[in-house]
Design a protein around this ligand. Structure first.
Ligand SMILES: [Ca+2]
Length: 174
């Protein structure tokens, strides 16, 4: 169990959305995590994890990936083993980006997108994107390491007018 003094250890991030209407182009949302080092917590990420990119130390894993949102329940799922991460890393940002095809796609056009962040069975946060309807990508949550080493969580919703690659580079700016 996550106890307040001990900090977070292993966190699950779950993304779901509904498929686009029949005949319309697929909506492809991606969970993205950026990992930041102590000397540049708001700079470029040391590495990012998404459908095409793995965590070099194996502490962040994308367990499930969807390109359409079809199926019941969670469409994409990521596990963050914060307690196994190197001391050099002090900040992790988790967000969602929409793949941009022909024409622009924003969260307001996606049917029922939702992210849940859970540790064990405790829900830390739930996001429905209603605050960022015009964004193409959004940072949602920040995990940060306290001086004593414990990992903490805070919601941090910021919309971006950016494709997934640009979002991944810039997600740590704030
Ligand atoms: Ca996807």
């Amino acid at each position: 169990m996550g106890n307040a003094n001990k900090g977070l250890s292993k966190v699950e991030v779950m993304l779901r959305w509904d498929p686009s209407p029949l005949g319309a182009p697929d909506h492809d949302l991606d969970l993205i995590a950026g990992v930041f080092a102590a000397d540049a917590p708001h700079g470029a990420p040391v590495y990012v994890v998404h459908f095409d990119s793995r965590s070099p130390d194996g502490t962040i894993t994308l367990n499930r990936d969807s390109r359409t949102g079809q199926g019941l329940g969670t469409d994409e799922e990521m596990t963050l083993e914060l307690d196994r991460s190197s001391d050099a890393y002090t900040r992790v940002i988790v967000g969602v980006a929409i793949q941009q095809g022909d024409g622009e796609r924003t969260f307001g056009e996606i049917a029922d997108p939702e992210v849940r962040i859970v540790e064990d069975h405790d829900e830390l946060a739930r996001f429905d994107f209603t605050g960022v309807p015009h964004a193409k990508a959004a940072a949602l949550a920040e995990f940060f390491r306290e001086r004593g080493g414990a990992w903490r969580f805070r919601p941090d919703v910021r919309g971006f007018d950016a494709d997934p690659q640009t979002f991944a580079r810039r997600m740590g700016e704030a």
